[in-house]
Ligand binder design. Structure first.
Ligand code: ATP
Ligand code: MG
Length: 187
């Protein structure tokens, strides 16, 4: 039997996903943006960060700009560093595409970073070491890599991934805003 707090939390989660699937409709007053970058460009991560800031400021979500820019930067960096396109999507000498999506409605910000590689990201599960080992030992046991998705998990409300029908996948994050951004339907 789940306790009342857990039930309430779960209902909130389901509500968020249900609204997202049911309602991305510009007439509701939400804010949406999707754009494609190429992993081989010199300024891919910077462009992604800049676009993130422009989108969020335009949507009145200034409060989360720094956190979301960092998360987008990590997810885009992961495509650049790790994505190997599925065989049927790969083009000889071609660029790898990165599809970035923002959906803000009404108080949930969904961020998707899609690539052409069907391999799932390795999402960290729980703490990597006991808190009792932190302190003077921390520097010795903290890994140099494998931190990007951990950062995303810490900053976002949730992080997950989904395969795409055409191949490849999208890594998604959800941030819960305070309800003041993007919630006013056009009058
Ligand atoms: N878009 C992706 N495509 C394929 N594999 C991925 C993708 N994103 C992450 N991964 C896998 O998940 C692992 C964990 O990603 P994470 O960002 O946490 O660490 P990292 O990229 O290895 O290191 P860091 O982000 O600290 O530089 C990666 O090492 C990689 O194996
Ligand atoms: Mg990374």
């Amino acid at each position: 039997m789940m306790d009342a707090g857990k039930v309430e939390w779960l209902a909130g989660e389901l509500d968020a996903y249900t609204h997202w699937f049911a309602a991305p409709d510009a007439s509701t007053g939400g804010h949406f943006l999707t754009f494609t970058l190429f992993a081989e460009s010199d300024d891919t991560a910077r462009t992604a960060r800049d676009m993130t800031a422009v989108f969020l400021r335009g949507a009145g979500a200034d409060a989360v700009v720094d956190d979301v820019r960092l998360v987008v930067s990590e997810l885009v960096g992961n495509v650049v560093n790790h994505a190997v396109p599925d065989r049927h999507l790969a083009q000889a000498g071609g660029c790898r595409r990165i599809d970035v999506t923002f959906k803000l409605w009404p108080k949930w910000l969904f961020i998707g970073v899609g690539d052409e590689d069907s391999t799932p990201p390795l999402l960290p599960a729980g703490e990597g070491f006991s808190p009792s080992l932190a302190g003077e030992l921390a520097e010795a046991i903290l890994p140099d890599t494998g931190r990007g998705l951990l950062i995303a998990q810490r900053l976002a409300t949730s992080v997950w991934w989904a395969p795409e029908e055409r191949g490849g996948k999208t890594v998604w994050c959800r941030f819960d805003l305070d309800g003041t951004a993007g919630d006013a339907p056009p009058s």
